[in-house]
Ligand binder design. Structure first.
Ligand SMILES: NC(=O)c1ccc[n+]([C@@H]2O[C@H](COP(=O)([O-])OP(=O)(O)OC[C@H]3O[C@@H](n4cnc5c(N)ncnc54)[C@H](OP(=O)(O)O)[C@@H]3O)[C@@H](O)[C@H]2O)c1
Length: 263
């Protein structure tokens, strides 16, 4: 793992995971910028060392300033429901808008989605399909990325702190039996991925099992298979979302992000 301090933007910084990512990023010595919609509220919720960048991922014009000069972006967005905060507008188009606003910068991207994101035909399709499409945009971007799909937050027993990385997204019941993990441990993984060369081009599910948290996640990252070059889905994902059946606007977004990658 390299230790050079980075300038990191956290998108979703005031959320239950984002706040811990901000704190962990600061603890590791990175200059840490938080994208926030309301600076007044955020100032009370985030450490004093966090820089605040006011922006809204559904308003693309607010993003270039927040992204200026960053080495890395961690995205832990969560939509709240309603017309302006739908999974399509926030979890998906928010990621699209951040990628589009990079204008030639090539930061490391760490995207958090969810375990079971490749399930189809469940009660969570309206959310998971959009999160999966956000993953596809990140893969198509050509940027160095890591995609982390955590299990159910904070439903772990106190001694379940040993992270386990899985691939293939085969646990798709939509319940905590798919896997659980402490929020703090998710933040550790997201921030350590920023500086682990072995984490690049990897997508994995993240759960915890009995045992203590290791100090260095490098060996866990290194044991993962990389995603195939040019593939939309993660290595070993089920091929159950054919591009030909995707909405035209989603295909257009993929073309646009690929064009940015080639620019
Ligand atoms: N709960 C689980 O067990 C579980 C497991 C796996 C995955 N997940 C997924 O994890 C995600 C994040 O979880 P969380 O608990 O951290 O969510 P959260 O506490 O709801 O935080 C969501 C973050 O997104 C930000 N956000 C929302 N709309 C935005 C916009 N238009 N522009 C900029 N920022 C915006 C929020 O900002 P504001 O503070 O301004 O609203 C907040 O910082 C969720 O999508 C969830 O589906 C959950």
């Amino acid at each position: 793992m390299t230790n050079a301090p980075l300038t990191v933007l956290v998108v979703g910084a005031t959320g239950s995971i984002g706040r811990l990512v901000v704190a962990e990023s600061i603890a590791r010595g990175h200059t840490t910028r938080a994208l926030v919609r309301d600076a007044g509220t955020a100032r009370h919720r985030l450490p004093a060392e966090a820089q605040l960048a006011v922006g809204d991922v559904t308003r693309p014009e607010t993003l270039p300033q927040a992204l200026a000069g960053v080495d890395a972006v961690v995205l832990t967005l969560g939509s709240h429901g309603g017309a302006h905060s739908s999974p399509e507008n926030v979890d998906y188009a928010g990621v699209r808008n951040v990628l589009a606003a990079l204008s030639g910068q090539r930061p490391r991207i760490v995207l958090m989605t969810a375990i079971g994101v490749t399930a189809r035909g469940s009660a969570y399709d309206h959310l998971l399909d959009w999160k999966r499409r956000s993953e596809r945009l990140v893969r198509a971007s050509g940027l160095p990325y890591t995609i982390v799909r955590p299990g159910w937050f904070d439903m772990n027993a106190p001694d379940e702190r040993r992270p386990v990385f899985l691939q293939g997204d085969t646990r798709r019941s939509g319940s905590p039996s798919d896997g659980v993990i402490a929020r703090e441990d998710i933040a550790q993984v997201l921030v350590q991925a920023l500086t682990a060369p072995e984490a690049v081009t990897r997508t994995f599910e993240l759960v915890a099992e009995h045992g203590p948290a290791p100090r260095d996640l490098g060996p866990l990252f290194a044991a993962l298979e990389q995603d195939a070059p040019g593939a939309l889905d993660a290595v070993r994902d089920e091929d159950n979302m054919p591009l030909s059946q995707e909405p035209q606007r989603v295909r257009d977004d993929l073309d646009a992000v690929r064009a940015l990658a080639g620019a």
